[in-house]
Design a binder for this molecule. Structure first.
Ligand code: NDP
Length: 487
């Protein structure tokens, strides 16, 4: 008989936590519990990847009707019914949440709909007052969106709030140039909202291949997004108020600090979408928008759950510091997913959860391989990417660049100016493909498959001897013969 209530207590019912819990219970036969204080499924299912992708689909139908007309169909564009879509979206999320609950139940995991914090290296205290002991504790609490620290920042919403809007705004200002900012710029633009985007840097999607992100930016503008680079927000106030009063106003979010801001988040979510806001930008412009979305990054959910008190080390942004096996400075406590801020993607959190179970419950120490992770940004057009950007690669070794950009058949026929891009970065020394970048409709689907070849160590010659699939956009990936440059 174990001295503990459980072999494993998982805090957080998102993708990583749920996978670890059910594999530990189901396959490894461990006695497992999981606590979740919000909805099961976490960021990905409830307020991230899944509803976002459904919104991408919704937003793309406007273009489909126009294209269909060019192909001879007598279709007319009707208005977009946001409440109808949102209702169906909520039904789908309810269904998925139930799937997650059922998966845990059928694996024999005990679930607690409560907030959990750590009260000892082997002890968890629930908001219900219950105390549970466990041989191992896995923290999989994810992250949350953050606003910049500036007065009146609460007047803007964050990505969590988008899915609950009562109605779509007529005009929207998005602050940021990362994944979330660029994806929602495309979504809202497609749904008929006038979208303006301010990004403080020289080009959106910092860290990705320059040529690829350049094309995404160009195409976003082409589709009607009012993208301003090198521009940031300096002031925000209710549109109808005296702005000078607001600026000098009573509640300074900057003074409040990040932790207090986080606590306010739920309250703010309800209030944020109230009315138009006045915004002043670094370029001196002053404009009124129906809604402002801060897509200015996410922070780990690591505060106020007893971690530091126990000696678990947190990094500068609050991320839990772990070793290659997801173990923290306290041997019985592990952490996976966004709360560790390694690579913040759902499939990575799932991998980390599986590796944790393999390490701890099958006595087979398994580090997580964070190299060559393919990923997609669901901008319009999408970007799919794996491996090194041209800029990263040429800093490491001499490379050849193969790249082509063209108007794809389907939209060119419909008279659209859309362009796509296919790009390979190849090592001069050993001919291995070091990076692949695709900007095109369906790039996410394409990069998954290119990712297999590149993970296997494919050379440019392996790509070359693969016969093209014709006529497709992706055939260009195996037909680029001459490098456009060497670097
Ligand atoms: P990102 O870190 O990708 O982007 C944050 C953006 O906000 C950057 O452009 C950053 O600028 C800007 N920013 C930060 N602080 C400020 C500020 N004070 N004022 C103005 N701008 C600011 O975060 P996201 O929230 O977009 O996404 C978080 C993570 O979620 C991603 O990194 C990704 O891992 C994951 N994700 C993945 C998706 C996918 O796989 N398709 C989709 C959505 C999210 P700067 O570049 O100058 O720092």
């Amino acid at each position: 008989m174990s001295e503990f209530d459980y072999d494993l207590f998982v805090i957080g019912g998102g993708s990583g936590g749920v996978r670890a819990a059910r594999v530990a219970a189901g396959e490894a036969g461990a006695k497992v519990a999981l606590a979740e204080d919000d909805r099961y499924g976490g960021t990905c299912v409830i307020r991230g990847c899944v509803p976002k992708k459904l919104m991408v689909f919704a937003s793309e139908y406007a273009g489909v009707v126009e294209d269909a007309q060019s192909y001879g169909w007598d279709l007319q564009q009707g208005p977009f019914d946001w409440p109808a879509f949102r209702g169906r979206l909520n039904d789908e999320l309810d269904r998925l949440e139930q799937v997650y609950r059922n998966l845990l139940k059928s694996s024999g995991v005990d679930t607690f709909d409560a907030r959990a914090s750590l009260s000892g290296p082997h002890e968890v205290t629930l908001s219900t007052g219950e105390i549970k002991s466990a041989k191992h504790i896995l923290v999989a609490t994810g992250g949350h969106p953050v606003r910049p620290e500036m007065p009146n920042a609460h007047l803007g919403i964050v990505s969590d709030d988008i899915f609950h809007l009562e109605s779509l705004p007529k005009s929207l200002l998005i602050i940021g140039g990362g994944y979330i900012a660029c994806e929602f710029a495309g979504i809202m633009n497609g749904l008929g909202v006038e979208v303006t985007q301010y990004y403080r840097g020289a080009q959106i999607l910092r860290g990705f291949d320059d040529e690829a992100r350049g094309l995404v930016a160009e195409q976003m503008r082409e589709k009607g997004i009012n993208l301003h680079l090198g521009t940031n927000i300096v002031d925000i106030a209710p549109a109808e108020a005296d702005h000078s009063m607001s600026r000098a106003g009573t509640g300074s979010d900057a003074a409040m600090g990040a932790a207090a801001q986080d606590q306010m988040a739920a309250q703010v979510s309800k209030d944020a979408a109230r009315g138009p806001v006045w915004v002043k930008a670094t370029n001196g412009s002053e404009k009124v928008f129906d809604l402002v979305l801060f897509a200015t990054g996410r922070n780990p959910n690591s505060r106020d759950i007893g971690l530091e008190e126990l000696g678990v080390k947190l990094g500068r942004r609050g991320q839990i510091e772990v070793d290659d096996y997801s173990q923290t400075a306290v041997p019985s406590i592990y952490a996976i997913g966004d709360v560790t801020d390694r690579v913040n993607l759902t499939p990575v959190a799932i991998r980390e959860g599986m590796a944790f179970v393999e390490t701890v419950f099958h006595a087979n120490p398994t580090p997580v391989d964070h190299s060559l992770i393919p990923s997609a940004i669901f901008t319009q057009p999408e970007m799919g990417t794996v491996g090194l950007s041209e800029e990263e690669a040429r800093d490491k070794e001499p490379v050849e660049i193969f790249c082509t950009s063209f108007r794809p058949m389907q939209t060119a026929f419909a008279g659209r100016p859309d362009r796509v891009l296919m790009k390979l970065i190849v090592s001069k020394a050993n001919r291995k493909v070091l990076g692949c970048h695709i900007v095109a409709p369906g790039a996410g689907e394409m990069i998954q498959l290119a990712g297999i070849a590149i993970k296997m160590g494919a050379t440019k010659e392996d790509f070359d001897r693969t016969v093209a699939v014709h006529p497709t956009m992706s055939e260009e990936i195996v037909t680029m013969r001459t490098p456009v440059r060497t670097a």
